[in-house]
Design a protein around this ligand. Sequence first.
Ligand SMILES: Cc1cc2nc3c(=O)[nH]c(=O)nc-3n(C[C@H](O)[C@H](O)[C@H](O)COP(=O)(O)O)c2cc1C
Length: 377
Amino acid sequence: MEAIAREEMTDEGWGYYSSAADDEVSMRENRTAFQRIFFRPRVLRDMSAVDTSTSLLGSPCAMPLYISACALGKLAHPLGEVGLTMAAGRQHIVHMLPTLASSSLEDMCGARALDATQWFQLYVNRDRAKTAELVQKAEQLGCKALAITVDAPLLGRRERDMRNKFSSEPPKVQKGAEIRRDGGTARAISAWIDPALNWNDLQWLASITRMPLILKGIQCSEDALLAARHPNVRAIVVSNHGGRQLDYARSGVEMLAEVMAALRSEGLQNRIEVYMDGGVRRGTDLLKCLCLGGRAVGIGRPALWGLASYGDAGVERVLEILKEELRMAMVMCGCKSIADIRPEMIDARSLQAHISTVPADRLFEINYRPLPLVSRL
Ligand SMILES: Cc1cc2nc3c(=O)[nH]c(=O)nc-3n(C[C@H](O)[C@H](O)[C@H](O)COP(=O)(O)O)c2cc1C
Protein backbone atom coordinates (compact mmCIF):
# COMPACT_ATOMS: atom_id res chain seq x y z
CA MET A 1 0.00 0.00 0.00
CA GLU A 2 2.88 2.34 0.81
CA ALA A 3 4.38 1.84 -2.66
CA ILE A 4 1.03 2.56 -4.31
CA ALA A 5 0.39 5.58 -2.08
CA ARG A 6 3.78 7.03 -3.09
CA GLU A 7 2.71 6.91 -6.74
CA GLU A 8 -0.72 8.37 -6.03
CA MET A 9 0.10 11.25 -3.68
CA THR A 10 1.32 14.78 -4.36
CA ASP A 11 4.89 15.65 -3.26
CA GLU A 12 3.40 17.87 -0.56
CA GLY A 13 1.16 15.11 0.86
CA TRP A 14 3.87 12.47 0.63
CA GLY A 15 6.38 14.83 2.28
CA TYR A 16 4.02 15.48 5.21
CA TYR A 17 2.91 11.87 5.79
CA SER A 18 6.20 10.05 5.29
CA SER A 19 8.49 12.50 7.07
CA ALA A 20 9.82 12.29 10.62
CA ALA A 21 12.07 14.42 12.83
CA ASP A 22 15.62 15.42 11.79
CA ASP A 23 17.47 12.36 10.44
CA GLU A 24 14.44 10.10 10.92
CA VAL A 25 16.42 7.71 13.15
CA SER A 26 13.50 7.16 15.55
CA MET A 27 11.11 6.41 12.70
CA ARG A 28 13.43 3.67 11.41
CA GLU A 29 14.09 2.45 14.96
CA ASN A 30 10.32 1.93 15.41
CA ARG A 31 10.65 -0.81 12.79
CA THR A 32 14.06 -2.27 13.63
CA ALA A 33 13.20 -2.64 17.33
CA PHE A 34 10.58 -5.24 16.38
CA GLN A 35 13.35 -7.24 14.68
CA ARG A 36 15.06 -7.71 18.05
CA ILE A 37 12.11 -9.65 19.51
CA PHE A 38 11.61 -13.35 18.76
CA PHE A 39 8.83 -15.77 19.70
CA ARG A 40 8.76 -18.75 22.10
CA PRO A 41 5.64 -20.50 20.75
CA ARG A 42 3.56 -23.13 22.56
CA VAL A 43 2.28 -26.17 20.65
CA LEU A 44 -0.38 -28.94 20.82
CA ARG A 45 -3.12 -26.62 22.00
CA ASP A 46 -6.05 -27.28 19.58
CA MET A 47 -5.95 -24.23 17.36
CA SER A 48 -9.15 -25.00 15.44
CA ALA A 49 -10.79 -21.73 16.57
CA VAL A 50 -9.07 -18.42 17.34
CA ASP A 51 -10.68 -15.22 18.57
CA THR A 52 -8.88 -11.86 18.17
CA SER A 53 -11.62 -9.75 19.79
CA THR A 54 -11.11 -7.59 22.87
CA SER A 55 -12.44 -4.41 24.47
CA LEU A 56 -10.85 -0.98 24.88
CA LEU A 57 -12.09 1.22 27.74
CA GLY A 58 -15.20 -0.94 27.79
CA SER A 59 -15.95 -0.76 24.05
CA PRO A 60 -15.87 -4.11 22.26
CA CYS A 61 -13.69 -4.38 19.15
CA ALA A 62 -12.70 -7.06 16.66
CA MET A 63 -8.98 -6.87 17.37
CA PRO A 64 -6.60 -5.01 19.69
CA LEU A 65 -5.75 -2.40 17.08
CA TYR A 66 -7.09 1.10 16.41
CA ILE A 67 -6.48 3.77 13.79
CA SER A 68 -4.54 6.55 15.50
CA ALA A 69 -5.12 10.27 14.97
CA CYS A 70 -3.44 11.61 11.84
CA ALA A 71 -3.88 15.20 10.70
CA LEU A 72 -5.06 16.21 7.24
CA GLY A 73 -6.62 13.03 5.84
CA LYS A 74 -7.60 14.81 2.63
CA LEU A 75 -3.94 14.92 1.58
CA ALA A 76 -4.51 11.19 0.96
CA HIS A 77 -7.99 11.12 -0.54
CA PRO A 78 -11.04 13.38 -0.97
CA LEU A 79 -12.89 11.32 1.67
CA GLY A 80 -10.24 12.23 4.25
CA GLU A 81 -10.89 11.00 7.82
CA VAL A 82 -14.43 9.99 6.83
CA GLY A 83 -12.87 7.19 4.74
CA LEU A 84 -10.84 6.02 7.75
CA THR A 85 -13.91 6.01 9.99
CA MET A 86 -16.00 4.07 7.44
CA ALA A 87 -13.35 1.35 7.19
CA ALA A 88 -12.83 1.21 10.98
CA GLY A 89 -16.59 0.82 11.47
CA ARG A 90 -16.86 -1.99 8.93
CA GLN A 91 -13.96 -3.82 10.60
CA HIS A 92 -15.26 -3.12 14.14
CA ILE A 93 -12.22 -1.30 15.42
CA VAL A 94 -11.78 2.07 17.14
CA HIS A 95 -10.90 5.24 15.21
CA MET A 96 -9.15 8.08 17.08
CA LEU A 97 -10.27 11.27 15.34
CA PRO A 98 -7.65 14.05 15.04
CA THR A 99 -8.11 17.66 16.16
CA LEU A 100 -6.34 18.72 12.95
CA ALA A 101 -8.69 16.79 10.65
CA SER A 102 -9.46 17.97 7.12
CA SER A 103 -13.03 16.74 7.64
CA SER A 104 -15.38 18.43 10.11
CA LEU A 105 -16.21 16.74 13.44
CA GLU A 106 -19.84 16.58 12.31
CA ASP A 107 -18.88 14.69 9.13
CA MET A 108 -16.53 12.30 10.94
CA CYS A 109 -19.06 11.49 13.66
CA GLY A 110 -21.89 11.36 11.13
CA ALA A 111 -20.01 8.63 9.25
CA ARG A 112 -19.73 6.45 12.37
CA ALA A 113 -21.38 3.04 12.03
CA LEU A 114 -24.16 2.29 14.52
CA ASP A 115 -22.09 0.13 16.89
CA ALA A 116 -18.71 1.76 16.18
CA THR A 117 -16.43 3.57 18.66
CA GLN A 118 -14.63 6.85 18.04
CA TRP A 119 -12.21 8.63 20.36
CA PHE A 120 -11.20 12.26 19.99
CA GLN A 121 -7.52 13.30 19.96
CA LEU A 122 -6.90 16.72 21.45
CA TYR A 123 -4.30 19.38 20.81
CA VAL A 124 -4.86 21.97 23.53
CA ASN A 125 -5.38 25.54 22.33
CA ARG A 126 -3.76 28.51 24.11
CA ASP A 127 -7.33 29.82 24.26
CA ARG A 128 -8.83 27.38 26.79
CA ALA A 129 -12.41 28.43 26.01
CA LYS A 130 -11.88 27.16 22.44
CA THR A 131 -10.52 23.87 23.82
CA ALA A 132 -13.54 23.44 26.12
CA GLU A 133 -15.92 24.12 23.23
CA LEU A 134 -14.17 21.58 20.98
CA VAL A 135 -14.03 18.86 23.65
CA GLN A 136 -17.69 19.29 24.53
CA LYS A 137 -18.67 19.17 20.88
CA ALA A 138 -16.75 15.89 20.44
CA GLU A 139 -18.54 14.43 23.47
CA GLN A 140 -21.96 15.58 22.27
CA LEU A 141 -21.28 14.02 18.88
CA GLY A 142 -20.67 10.66 20.55
CA CYS A 143 -16.89 10.32 21.01
CA LYS A 144 -16.15 7.86 23.81
CA ALA A 145 -12.70 8.97 25.07
CA LEU A 146 -10.41 12.00 24.95
CA ALA A 147 -6.81 11.31 23.91
CA ILE A 148 -4.67 14.28 24.86
CA THR A 149 -1.45 14.47 22.89
CA VAL A 150 1.30 15.16 25.43
CA ASP A 151 4.45 14.80 23.30
CA ALA A 152 3.96 17.88 21.14
CA PRO A 153 4.54 21.25 22.86
CA LEU A 154 5.78 22.08 19.35
CA LEU A 155 5.61 19.96 16.23
CA GLY A 156 9.01 18.40 15.37
CA ARG A 157 11.46 19.50 12.65
CA ARG A 158 10.55 17.43 9.64
CA GLU A 159 12.86 18.54 6.87
CA ARG A 160 11.19 16.61 4.09
CA ASP A 161 8.00 18.47 4.93
CA MET A 162 9.67 21.84 5.57
CA ARG A 163 10.98 21.94 1.98
CA ASN A 164 7.40 22.13 0.69
CA LYS A 165 5.10 25.10 0.73
CA PHE A 166 1.76 24.29 2.34
CA SER A 167 -0.77 24.88 -0.43
CA SER A 168 -3.69 22.70 0.70
CA GLU A 169 -6.88 23.29 2.64
CA PRO A 170 -6.04 23.86 6.35
CA PRO A 171 -7.72 21.72 9.04
CA LYS A 172 -11.34 22.64 9.80
CA VAL A 173 -10.40 23.70 13.35
CA GLN A 174 -8.26 26.53 11.91
CA LYS A 175 -11.11 28.08 9.93
CA GLY A 176 -10.52 31.80 9.43
CA ALA A 177 -7.07 31.86 11.10
CA GLU A 178 -3.96 33.44 9.54
CA ILE A 179 -1.63 30.72 8.27
CA ARG A 180 2.12 30.81 7.48
CA ARG A 181 2.54 28.63 4.45
CA ASP A 182 6.29 28.83 3.74
CA GLY A 183 7.65 26.31 6.28
CA GLY A 184 5.85 23.10 5.37
CA THR A 185 2.59 21.56 6.51
CA ALA A 186 3.38 20.81 10.17
CA ARG A 187 4.39 24.42 10.86
CA ALA A 188 1.34 25.80 9.08
CA ILE A 189 -1.19 23.86 11.11
CA SER A 190 0.28 23.98 14.62
CA ALA A 191 1.00 27.61 15.62
CA TRP A 192 -1.96 27.77 18.05
CA ILE A 193 -1.03 24.67 20.13
CA ASP A 194 -0.23 25.56 23.76
CA PRO A 195 3.37 24.66 24.73
CA ALA A 196 2.56 25.44 28.39
CA LEU A 197 0.36 22.33 28.81
CA ASN A 198 1.35 20.45 31.99
CA TRP A 199 0.17 17.85 34.55
CA ASN A 200 -1.88 20.46 36.44
CA ASP A 201 -4.10 20.97 33.38
CA LEU A 202 -5.40 17.40 33.50
CA GLN A 203 -7.79 18.10 36.34
CA TRP A 204 -9.32 20.97 34.36
CA LEU A 205 -9.58 18.80 31.24
CA ALA A 206 -11.33 16.09 33.29
CA SER A 207 -13.72 18.70 34.67
CA ILE A 208 -15.00 19.77 31.24
CA THR A 209 -15.98 16.29 30.01
CA ARG A 210 -17.26 12.89 31.10
CA MET A 211 -15.07 11.16 28.50
CA PRO A 212 -12.25 9.11 30.08
CA LEU A 213 -8.78 10.64 29.52
CA ILE A 214 -6.01 8.96 27.55
CA LEU A 215 -2.48 10.47 27.51
CA LYS A 216 -0.92 9.99 24.07
CA GLY A 217 2.86 10.19 23.89
CA ILE A 218 4.20 8.84 27.21
CA GLN A 219 7.87 7.90 26.70
CA CYS A 220 9.36 6.65 29.96
CA SER A 221 8.41 4.73 33.09
CA GLU A 222 8.53 7.83 35.33
CA ASP A 223 5.74 9.53 33.37
CA ALA A 224 3.81 6.26 33.04
CA LEU A 225 3.78 5.96 36.84
CA LEU A 226 2.62 9.58 37.21
CA ALA A 227 -0.19 8.84 34.75
CA ALA A 228 -1.19 5.60 36.48
CA ARG A 229 -1.37 7.35 39.85
CA HIS A 230 -3.31 10.32 38.43
CA PRO A 231 -6.97 10.12 39.45
CA ASN A 232 -8.21 11.31 36.05
CA VAL A 233 -6.18 9.14 33.65
CA ARG A 234 -7.68 5.89 32.36
CA ALA A 235 -5.20 4.93 29.61
CA ILE A 236 -1.85 5.90 28.08
CA VAL A 237 -0.34 5.54 24.63
CA VAL A 238 3.36 4.80 24.72
CA SER A 239 4.55 6.46 21.53
CA ASN A 240 7.20 8.59 19.88
CA HIS A 241 4.57 10.02 17.49
CA GLY A 242 5.77 7.91 14.56
CA GLY A 243 9.30 9.34 15.03
CA ARG A 244 7.99 12.78 14.11
CA GLN A 245 8.77 14.69 17.32
CA LEU A 246 12.16 14.09 19.00
CA ASP A 247 14.70 12.24 16.89
CA TYR A 248 16.54 9.58 18.97
CA ALA A 249 13.45 9.07 21.11
CA ARG A 250 13.31 5.31 21.70
CA SER A 251 10.90 3.08 19.79
CA GLY A 252 7.34 2.64 20.99
CA VAL A 253 7.86 -1.09 21.57
CA GLU A 254 11.02 -0.59 23.66
CA MET A 255 9.28 2.02 25.81
CA LEU A 256 6.32 -0.33 26.22
CA ALA A 257 8.59 -3.00 27.76
CA GLU A 258 10.04 -0.47 30.22
CA VAL A 259 6.64 1.00 31.13
CA MET A 260 5.00 -2.39 31.75
CA ALA A 261 7.88 -3.53 33.97
CA ALA A 262 7.56 -0.35 36.06
CA LEU A 263 3.76 -0.59 36.35
CA ARG A 264 4.01 -4.26 37.38
CA SER A 265 6.67 -3.56 39.99
CA GLU A 266 4.34 -0.98 41.59
CA GLY A 267 1.24 -3.18 41.20
CA LEU A 268 -0.35 -0.57 38.91
CA GLN A 269 -0.63 -2.62 35.68
CA ASN A 270 -4.41 -2.94 35.98
CA ARG A 271 -5.08 0.67 36.96
CA ILE A 272 -4.73 1.97 33.41
CA GLU A 273 -4.91 0.47 29.93
CA VAL A 274 -1.60 0.74 28.07
CA TYR A 275 -1.50 1.12 24.28
CA MET A 276 1.49 1.67 22.01
CA ASP A 277 2.04 2.93 18.49
CA GLY A 278 4.90 3.40 16.05
CA GLY A 279 6.11 1.08 13.30
CA VAL A 280 3.41 -1.59 13.57
CA ARG A 281 3.32 -3.12 10.08
CA ARG A 282 2.70 -6.85 10.67
CA GLY A 283 0.44 -9.02 12.78
CA THR A 284 3.57 -10.36 14.51
CA ASP A 285 4.43 -6.78 15.62
CA LEU A 286 1.00 -6.56 17.19
CA LEU A 287 1.38 -9.92 18.95
CA LYS A 288 4.80 -8.89 20.33
CA CYS A 289 3.23 -5.78 21.90
CA LEU A 290 0.45 -7.83 23.48
CA CYS A 291 3.04 -10.25 24.89
CA LEU A 292 4.79 -7.28 26.48
CA GLY A 293 1.52 -6.37 28.22
CA GLY A 294 0.06 -3.75 25.88
CA ARG A 295 -3.72 -3.83 25.56
CA ALA A 296 -3.78 -2.53 21.98
CA VAL A 297 -1.66 -0.89 19.29
CA GLY A 298 -2.37 2.12 17.11
CA ILE A 299 -1.48 2.47 13.45
CA GLY A 300 -0.90 5.78 11.68
CA ARG A 301 0.73 5.60 8.27
CA PRO A 302 -0.52 2.12 7.24
CA ALA A 303 -4.11 3.40 7.34
CA LEU A 304 -3.13 6.56 5.45
CA TRP A 305 -1.38 4.53 2.74
CA GLY A 306 -4.52 2.42 2.31
CA LEU A 307 -6.62 5.58 2.10
CA ALA A 308 -4.33 7.20 -0.47
CA SER A 309 -4.27 4.04 -2.60
CA TYR A 310 -7.92 2.96 -2.71
CA GLY A 311 -9.97 5.20 -0.39
CA ASP A 312 -11.95 3.49 2.39
CA ALA A 313 -11.64 0.12 0.62
CA GLY A 314 -7.84 0.42 0.85
CA VAL A 315 -7.99 1.14 4.58
CA GLU A 316 -10.29 -1.83 5.06
CA ARG A 317 -7.85 -4.06 3.18
CA VAL A 318 -4.98 -2.91 5.43
CA LEU A 319 -7.09 -3.81 8.48
CA GLU A 320 -8.03 -7.20 7.02
CA ILE A 321 -4.40 -8.03 6.30
CA LEU A 322 -3.29 -7.07 9.81
CA LYS A 323 -6.11 -9.06 11.38
CA GLU A 324 -5.34 -12.14 9.31
CA GLU A 325 -1.64 -11.85 10.19
CA LEU A 326 -2.46 -11.49 13.88
CA ARG A 327 -4.76 -14.51 13.75
CA MET A 328 -2.03 -16.55 12.03
CA ALA A 329 0.61 -15.46 14.57
CA MET A 330 -1.74 -16.35 17.46
CA VAL A 331 -2.35 -19.82 15.95
CA MET A 332 1.39 -20.42 15.60
CA CYS A 333 2.06 -19.29 19.19
CA GLY A 334 -0.75 -21.35 20.71
CA CYS A 335 -3.09 -18.49 21.68
CA LYS A 336 -6.81 -19.17 21.19
CA SER A 337 -7.78 -15.78 22.55
CA ILE A 338 -6.19 -12.49 23.61
CA ALA A 339 -6.29 -13.72 27.23
CA ASP A 340 -3.94 -16.60 26.26
CA ILE A 341 -1.15 -14.20 25.18
CA ARG A 342 1.68 -14.32 27.74
CA PRO A 343 4.99 -12.47 28.38
CA GLU A 344 6.87 -15.81 28.23
CA MET A 345 5.94 -16.15 24.54
CA ILE A 346 8.66 -13.73 23.47
CA ASP A 347 12.38 -13.40 23.90
CA ALA A 348 12.94 -9.64 24.14
CA ARG A 349 16.39 -9.77 25.75
CA SER A 350 17.99 -7.81 22.88
CA LEU A 351 15.32 -5.14 22.75
CA GLN A 352 17.38 -2.53 24.62
CA ALA A 353 20.56 -3.26 22.66
CA HIS A 354 19.83 -0.60 19.99
CA ILE A 355 21.90 -2.61 17.54
CA SER A 356 20.40 -4.84 14.89
CA THR A 357 23.34 -6.68 13.33
CA VAL A 358 22.58 -9.71 11.24
CA PRO A 359 25.75 -11.61 10.22
CA ALA A 360 26.29 -11.63 6.45
CA ASP A 361 24.85 -14.75 4.81
CA ARG A 362 26.40 -15.24 1.34
CA LEU A 363 24.04 -18.05 0.28
CA PHE A 364 21.07 -15.86 1.10
CA GLU A 365 22.51 -12.82 -0.69
CA ILE A 366 23.19 -14.80 -3.87
CA ASN A 367 19.94 -16.73 -4.03
CA TYR A 368 17.29 -14.57 -2.40
CA ARG A 369 14.94 -12.75 -4.75
CA PRO A 370 12.97 -10.03 -2.94
CA LEU A 371 9.24 -9.93 -3.64
CA PRO A 372 8.73 -7.21 -6.25
CA LEU A 373 6.73 -4.16 -5.17
CA VAL A 374 3.20 -4.26 -6.49
CA SER A 375 1.85 -1.22 -8.27
CA ARG A 376 -1.65 -0.20 -9.22
CA LEU A 377 -3.13 -2.44 -11.93
C1 LIG B 1 0.68 12.18 8.71
C2 LIG B 1 0.61 12.01 10.19
C3 LIG B 1 -0.12 12.92 10.93
C4 LIG B 1 -0.22 12.78 12.31
N1 LIG B 1 -0.98 13.66 13.01
C5 LIG B 1 -1.11 13.51 14.35
C6 LIG B 1 -1.94 14.39 15.08
O1 LIG B 1 -2.55 15.31 14.54
N2 LIG B 1 -2.03 14.20 16.43
C7 LIG B 1 -1.36 13.18 17.06
O2 LIG B 1 -1.47 13.03 18.28
N3 LIG B 1 -0.59 12.32 16.38
C8 LIG B 1 -0.45 12.46 15.04
N4 LIG B 1 0.33 11.57 14.34
C9 LIG B 1 0.97 10.43 15.05
C10 LIG B 1 0.08 9.20 15.00
O3 LIG B 1 -1.07 9.36 15.76
C11 LIG B 1 0.84 7.95 15.51
O4 LIG B 1 1.37 8.24 16.78
C12 LIG B 1 1.95 7.48 14.56
O5 LIG B 1 1.62 7.73 13.23
C13 LIG B 1 2.23 6.01 14.75
O6 LIG B 1 3.28 5.59 13.95
P1 LIG B 1 3.10 4.85 12.53
O7 LIG B 1 2.77 5.92 11.53
O8 LIG B 1 4.46 4.23 12.30
O9 LIG B 1 2.01 3.82 12.66
C14 LIG B 1 0.45 11.71 12.95
C15 LIG B 1 1.18 10.80 12.20
C16 LIG B 1 1.26 10.94 10.83
C17 LIG B 1 2.04 9.92 10.04
